[in-house]
Design a protein around this ligand. Sequence first.
Ligand code: GCW
Length: 679
Amino acid sequence: ADNGYELWLKYKHIQNPAVETRYRSQVNGIYFPSNTDRLLVARKELVRGLGGLLNIQPKFASIDQSSLIVGTIPQTGWAGRTIDASSIQTIGNEGYIIKTIKQNGKSVILIAGNTDTGVLYGTFAFLKLMQTGKSLDNLNIVDYPKTSYRVLDHWDNPDRSVERGYAGFSIWNWHKLPGYIDPRYIDYARANASVGINGSVLNNVNANVQMLSPFYLAKVKALADAFRPYGIRVYLAVKFSSPVELGGLKTADPLDTAVQRWWKSKADEIYRAIPDFGGFLVKANSEGQPGPQTYGRNHAEGANMLADAVAPHHGIVMWRAFVYDHKVPDDRAKQAYNEFTPLDGKFRPNVMVQVKNGPIDFQPREPFHPLFGALPNTPIMLEVQLTQEYLGFSTNLVYEAPLFKEVLNSDTYANGKGTTVSKILQGKYNPKLITGMAGVANIGTDLNWCGHPFAQANWYCFGRLAWNPDQTSAEIADDWLKMTFTNDQRFVGPVKQEMLQSRENTVNYMTPLGLHHIMSANGHYGPGPWTDNIGRADWTAVYYHKADTNGVGFDRTATGSNALGQYRPEVAKYYGDLATCPDEYLLWFHHLSWNYKMRSGKTLWDEMVHHYYEGADSVKHMQQVWNSVQPYVDPELHDEVKQLMAVQYAEAIRWRNSCVLYFQTFSRKPIPAVYPQPE
Ligand code: GCW
């Protein structure tokens, strides 16, 4: 039975005998010198992959006896002959070339990189070609990552609970570390390397200071050592008040020299044990966390102090822009922009400001964060959430690539039309800046890692998009489905369609038309549009939807909070003008009457009802499709997804009924008779 543990690295035996024979002849004799740990793990992966896919024990041979040549460019001896100088330059430190060349009149496949990391990534890419049934004839692939720091953020606590984790406990077994290296750590590293993820922040941004103690650092070092061959560096989330709480100092003021010295010596201590330690991630002055503002300093002063401590060791600081304070009476959506834009250009070059996709908080749909394009002189890192805090946890099937692509494709107009978030993240406008993307991990001790078999696709697509944000959701889903399930088009076709639609389904039954943050305050799972009076204005639903008998929606135009003013004029006009504002963002930016006439001709009320019903119905449709592909899926895996879909459908109905009935108390209008009436 398929329990999902092998993720997309199943290397299932190829069923088509013609394809298998052809592939076998193309890997008949492999030259793969492996004189580093990283090349060794690449070679091991190749053996494992070919063993599974082709049911062979690969034969290693001398270079002229081989039909597959793998190694660094100097090792393969082909630089300057069949590989041109410009490709070598293009692929940089992590890229690779996979190319069919002629050797003694015979076609040979060459996998080469400038570094052993490039070779590792090239090896995974080569295996993917076979996993997805592609031809290995006439290959000419030159690929390299478009961003440098591709990092998973684990919100894992030392007690192994995971904040917003829905897949069991933390996979870091702190008790057994450093002595015991769970094979799961290696499989985790393989999975990351297979999609180009090169960093792992091990602990929660709501950081426990103990992580910086010698006791834990020894364990962190053990993980760093285990991950290093896979090209993965470890990072730690740190609490700004560590010098006080851990170091016994009186203050954590970033301008205090004793505080600066404390961080420098802590950094030195870490780097003595972990020479390639990645650096720090910081949540400061947000949701009660301490930060530089606690001492009257700003974010740049706080970040730079830490940046100076890790700079001699080539480390970085990822400083989060997810800041807000319920005591600030202004629209929460505006707070990050207000705090960070005055600081543009003031951060050290090894600081990245980490910005969530939207200005509120990982909602099913948000417009892009106004900080994108507003910090031209600051390295900026997109933060997305793989764990489905606001997307139905691990019972809902939601493929998030379309959500990530929506922000990546958004046009900020910062340098005129076409200044997309994707291009900004790739450093196209300011090549001096370091680049990166972060994903809040959805990984835990569940056998299948992510809780829902399809949630693995969110881990997978994050890596793929961080590597190259311009890939499409569909091509990534296609690869993932083939690698995870089967190449059979009768399965891949319909299921891919459902994956691509799945995020919109959830938007429809949770927060259609720009509604947001109406989840239950208690956990963010179910509906809670009625949530009020829980101590913080910005954690209550009524703050966001502003429904009353006159209408619904958050007015963020000039007559309201004017959050729109934080975008470039072209964007502000587009969202601000009802004639152009897409329905998807309507109630995010506008407060409108229940009778407002929509593009469809329906009233706003009828349209809202329509979306809620459509959302729930689409889950039913997904169930039907899943039932229809049953012959192509392992029975236990099929049943697992089927059961989860039944839960999702029940949840979708609950969301639909709750929201429709709640908003009806304001609209005072009937639910159109074409729909079944909620009870
Ligand atoms: O989405 C919210 C979560 C918090 C989280 C916070 C953050 C880690 O509800 O649990 O804290 O965002 O991103 O800092």
